[in-house]
Design a binder for this molecule. Structure first.
Ligand SMILES: Nc1ccc(C(=O)O[C@H]2C[C@H]3CC[C@@H]2C3)cc1
Length: 227
């Protein structure tokens, strides 16, 4: 890993750690009661704050703000679900004080999300947890997801591809350093991104079914997911 790659990794990891979910949202998970409506409202608040955190984090990705403005929006809208699931998987599998995880799992299960979506979601959380990613890998994997060139409406895909390749190069080297006994670790990480794309299809159905039952979203969620 070169000096500039180390600098790049530090910027991204610091930004990733700086923009965390506000503690008050995490605290509420334990307090409020357990009705399906209450759980849904909590998830709405959680998803909204995760999108806010995503936007702030993305602005700190070196080179992102020099992309075409409309492409920046297209990348954010195109990656929001995947970035959110990556972050909630990481929060879920590690950051949560013990006991919180069970409460959060219970609330998610009792919030009007259909069972067919719950299973793949928790399988994904488990598969991320099993990777035992270090925080630099988490931050870089999220960055690679955001910088996916073939999102809808991206005009200058080359520019995004160049940025993504830079990040992939750092991530690949980091994986070799962090997991010397597992040469295929980098490939496993990228395999998770494929699993993420499947989840985001389920997520769209989840949003539609919530909307059909007249559940309220926040303006930010409506805007980022065109609902
Ligand atoms: N009004 C909404 C409430 C929650 C979501 C959402 O994506 O929730 C995410 C947070 C975690 C639980 C379900 C997913 C992962 C979207 C719209």
């Amino acid at each position: 890993i070169t000096k500039e790659q180390q600098a790049l990794m530090k910027i991204i990891t610091d930004a990733y750690n700086r923009h965390q979910i506000p503690q008050d949202v995490a605290k509420k998970l334990l307090q409020d009661q357990y009705s399906a409506e209450e759980n849904f409202l909590l998830l709405t608040e959680m998803a909204t704050s995760q999108v806010q955190v995503l936007v702030e984090f993305t602005k700190n990705i070196p080179g992102f703000l020099s992309l075409d403005r409309e492409d920046q929006i297209a990348l954010l809208k195109g990656s929001a679900v995947e970035a959110m699931f990556l972050r909630s998987a990481q929060v879920f599998s590690r950051k949560m004080p013990s006991g919180h995880t069970e409460v959060l799992e219970e609330r998610i299960r009792k919030s009007g999300i259909s069972e067919e979506f719950i299973t793949p979601m928790f399988n994904f959380y488990k598969s991320i947890g099993e990777l035992h990613m270090v925080q630099e890998e988490q931050a870089l994997l999220t960055t690679v997801t955001i910088l996916t060139p073939d999102r809808p409406y991206v005009k200058d895909q080359q520019a995004v591809e160049r940025l993504q390749e830079t990040m992939l190069d750092v991530l690949r080297k980091l994986c070799v350093l962090q997991h010397p006994q597992e040469p295929q670790y980098f490939a496993r990480l990228l395999g998770r991104l494929t699993e993420l794309r499947t989840l985001s299809h389920y997520h769209t159905e989840m949003l539609v079914s919530w909307r059909m039952n007249d559940h309220k979203f926040t303006p930010l969620l409506c805007e980022i997911w065109d609902v």
